[in-house]
Every structure is written in structure tokens, then in C-alpha cells.
Design a binder for this molecule. Structure first.
Ligand code: ARG
Length: 462
């Protein structure tokens, strides 16, 4: 088919060049946004008196039919078309004849593609926000259920202090809350319309950019037409928010992989989110968690690709920018899939309090509490710390725990230690006494859950 842009050249491009140039395999997904954008454009052209009222109506009807036909499968998007913008315009002209050619008055594909991408990402970011909220709610529910289940908290991957499983899960809820804030910040900044920037310099027609922006649900218009067609910051911002989400999901996945191992045995993942081995009959592999962890690299790649694609580009539009969609779409698709899968895993996993308890009972994770007990008896913390360290060393030597060391043995290190030491170092006591705001005690964690739920019910952080 003759190229719409044939004129200066005859448009007889090499077949391989056509395929190389075409982006419809990727941007075909934006057909709805492209058509809705064109409808708003036609309405603006009519209102501004740039085209006649009956022409406006016919163009809008024609576009509505095309949308209908694509949605119902009557019209297939032609994979040989250059991009979705050309495809829709060509189809309109096929249907309306000469009139179809008026649609592209006072616009360019440069502002059109910037518009479509913003519209598309507006929907994706709303979906991502909703998926984040779902996962946060799942974490809150499970944290409430496991609010008094004790497991070792780790630093340096060494058993450190007892925490509750609810506390640990809520740490992820907090990260995700910030992630939701980042997505909604990016979505808010993105919500200005580039249409009317035209090729780069604006237009000689008396367009009404604000009317067109408003009818498409934008909060305003890009103030500089060169920026309007050159800006892809919004893709970078969403990709970077997506990369941070993936980093968080990957840390959680890593813990699920560890926790579900025989070595830890802290959780059992549902059969619905694990797979078997083709050879080893005993295997139950945490594939979904591993894939979420693995796909993190792919979203980082999307972000780096976008940043690198843009870094050397002079203003304004350059064809390099066509590469943006494949990566920002992939980042959004990946993060959405990973959020949904993770929510499913969290909702269906079972904690194993016995295993957590057993791990918490070894490793001297109550040694800090022994020191705090000695401070309570009048010692300075540094001295108390030293004595507790020596007690731990003795226990290791004697194959004992702080709970099984006798009072006589304790008194070799410090005569102030009394029978009440055993109550002070009980794991429940360690947890119950962590009453500081944000700490691991049951009431503190319940407060965190309540606060997060309240934020979500008010529509998030932003
Ligand atoms: N498919 C192109 C893209 O995604 C649309 C814009 C083309 N503009 C141009 N002047 N060739 O970037």
C-alpha cells in the first residue's frame, strides 16, 4: 500500500526496512487510546471551526466503528502497517474517503504517540496501584493472623532477636505503601496532555489544546511544545517505580524461597504456587517466587534501556524513541504479573510456628534481653553487654542455652542475677517488651496493621 507520507520520496521502501521500521507489533496494543485520542482531536477541530460540524460527526462515527470492529474482531490490526497511528488513519480514509484525510490537521504523529503512550500508561499505573494495594491487604491479613508467632529476626543472616511473623510481613507492607506512592506521583506528573504540540513547534491553526486535554481527562497541557514531543520522563519514572517494586518483591521472594526450604521450613507454600521436578519425586519447588526474583532483572533492564535510549537524543522527536514502548509495556506487564502472583502466594502460604519457634530457641537471640535484664539490675549497658557475651560463650562451650543455664552458673558471671532471669529472657517476654513505636510487640504490630489499612481505605498515600 502507498505510504501516507509518500511525497518527497515515492515511499517505495525496502521490505526489510519496512519490517525494521514497523512498531505495530508493539504499539497495536494502544488502539483504544489512539482512537479515543483521535475522537477528541476531531471534536476539538470541529469546535474550533477548523473542520465543519458534519465532518466532525462523520469522523467521530467512523472512528467509533473502527474501535467497535477491532474490539469485536471484525477488523484485524494489519501487522504490515507502520504503526497503530497510520493503521487507524488509513482505515478511516478507506471508510470515509477524502474526509478521513482531514483528521490529521493540526497534529503530528509525534504528539499523537506521546498522547497515546500517556493514556495507555495512565491505565496501566492505575492497575499497578490496585495490584499493590491488593498485596498490601494480603500482607495485613496474614500479619494479623500471625501477629504472635515468634521467629528469629536476622541481621547479617545471623539470628539476631526474636520478632513476630506479623511484624516481618508488615515490613513489606510498608515498602509497598511507598511503592504505591511512587506510582501515583509518577502518574500524577504524567497527567498533562502533549497533544497540540504537533511536530514540535506548535501549529498555525487556532486549536484549543485545553479543551482536547480536558476531554481526555488530563489535568493540564504540556507548557512547551518541544518538551511535549520530546519528553519520555514519564516512562522512565514509571519504569523506575516498577524497578523498585520488583526489588522489593524480589527480596520477599528470596525469603519465601529460603523459608520454604527444608533448612528453614518456616512456611509451606500452597501447591497452587509450586511445581514438581520431572525426575525427583520428592521435590516441591518454589518456581513462582524464583521467577519473580528472576524477572526483577528484566524490569531493571527495561529501566536502563529507556535511560540509555534517551541520553544522547537531541530535541525534539527522534525515531529512537519508538523503542520506548516495548520496554515500558514490558515493565508494566511484568510488575503487574509479579504483584498478582505474589499476592496469591502470600494469601495461600502456611506458616509453621513450631519450626519458627525451634529456630528461635537456638542462636541466643535473647542475649540482648539478658543484657537489658542486667541493666535493670543497675549495671551500665556496656558492662551488661560484656557479661551477657561471656555467658553466651559459656553456653556454647557447655552445649547449653540461656534458658538451660543454671542460676549457679549465671551467678559465676554476676551475683545480681536472680531466678527472675528466666522470665526476662523468655521469647514471649522479649517480644512483649518491644513496645517502642514500630517495634515487634503484638500491640505494636496490630497498630501498624490498623494504620496501613486506614491509609488504604482513604485511597493510598498520595
Ligand atoms: N511509531 C512511532 C513511535 O512510536 C510514532 C511516531 C512516528 N513519528 C515520526 N515522525 N516518524 O515513536
Amino acid at each position: 500500500m502507498a505510504k501516507l507520507w509518500a511525497g518527497r520520496t515515492d515511499g517505495s521502501t525496502d521490505k526489510a526496512a519496512d519490517e525494521f521500521n514497523s512498531s505495530i507489533g508493539i504499539d497495536g496494543r494502544m488502539f483504544r487510546q489512539d482512537i479515543k485520542g483521535s475522537m477528541a482531536h476531531a471534536a476539538m477541530l470541529g469546535r474550533a471551526g477548523i473542520i465543519a460540524p458534519d465532518e466532525t460527526d462523520k469522523i467521530i462515527d467512523g472512528l467509533a466503528e473502527i474501535l467497535d470492529d477491532i474490539e469485536s474482531g471484525r477488523l484485524l490490526i494489519d501487522p504490515a502497517a507502520e504503526d497503530i497511528h497510520m493503521f487507524v488513519e488509513e482505515e478511516l480514509t478507506k471508510r470515509l474517503g477524502e474526509l478521513g484525510k482531514k483528521l490529521h490537521t493540526a497534529r503530528s504523529r509525534n504528539d499523537q504517540v506521546a498522547l497515546d503512550t500517556r493514556l495507555f500508561l495512565r491505565e496501566r499505573s492505575a492497575e499497578i496501584s490496585a495490584a499493590i494495594n491488593e498485596l498490601i491487604l494480603a500482607l495485613c491479613d496474614r500479619a494479623e493472623e500471625y501477629s504472635d508467632v515468634i521467629l528469629p529476626g536476622y541481621t547479617h543472616m545471623q539470628r539476631a532477636q526474636p520478632v513476630t511473623f506479623g511484624h516481618h510481613l508488615m515490613a513489606y507492607a510498608m515498602m509497598l505503601l511507598r511503592d504505591a506512592g511512587r506510582i501515583s506521583d509518577a502518574a500524577g506528573r504524567m497527567n498533562v496532555s502533549p497533544i497540540g504540540s504537533c511536530a514540535l513547534a506548535g501549529t498555525t491553526y487556532a486549536t484549543d489544546r485545553r479543551f482536547e486535554a480536558q476531554s481526555l481527562g488530563f489535568e493540564g497541557v504540556c507548557m512547551n511544545s518541544i518538551d511535549g514531543v520530546s519528553d519520555r520522563d514519564f516512562c522512565v519514572e514509571i519504569a523506575s517505580a516498577a524497578a523498585i517494586i520488583m526489588m522489593h518483591l524480589s527480596r520477599l521472594s528470596e525469603e519465601l524461597v529460603l523459608w520454604s526450604s527444608w533448612e528453614f521450613g518456616f512456611v509451606t507454600l500452597s501447591d497452587a504456587y509450586t511445581t514438581g521436578s520431572s525426575i525427583m519425586p520428592q521435590k516441591k519447588n518454589p518456581d513462582m517466587a524464583e521467577l519473580v526474583r528472576g524477572k526483577t532483572g528484566r524490569v531493571y533492564g527495561d529501566l536502563i534501556t529507556l535511560l540509555t535510549m534517551l541520553k544522547g537524543l537531541p530535541l525534539a522527536y527522534n525515531k529512537d524513541m519508538q523503542e520506548d514502548k516495548e520496554h515500558i509495556f514490558d515493565a508494566c506487564d511484568t510488575v503487574l504479573a509479579c504483584l498478582n502472583i505474589t499476592a496469591g502466594m502470600i494469601r495461600t502460604m502456611r506458616a509453621r510456628p513450631d519450626k519458627m519457634r525451634a529456630a528461635a530457641s537456638e542462636g541466643f537471640i535473647n542475649a540482648t534481653d539478658l543484657a537489658d535484664y542486667l541493666v535493670g539490675k543497675g549495671l551500665a549497658f556496656r558492662d551488661a553487654y560484656k557479661i551477657s557475651g561471656k555467658v553466651v560463650a559459656r553456653c556454647i562451650e557447655a552445649g547449653k542455652t540461656l534458658e538451660t543455664l543454671s542460676l549457679a552458673e549465671y551467678n559465676e558471671f554476676c551475683p545480681l542475677i536472680g531466678e527472675d532471669v528466666y522470665g526476662a529472657i523468655a521469647l514471649e517476654t522479649c517480644v512483649d517488651r518491644r513496645i517502642s513505636e514500630g517495634g515487634t510487640s503484638v500491640p505494636s504490630v496490630l497498630k501498624q496493621i490498623e494504620a496501613v489499612r486506614a491509609i488504604l481505605s482513604k485511597g493510598g498515600e498520595r
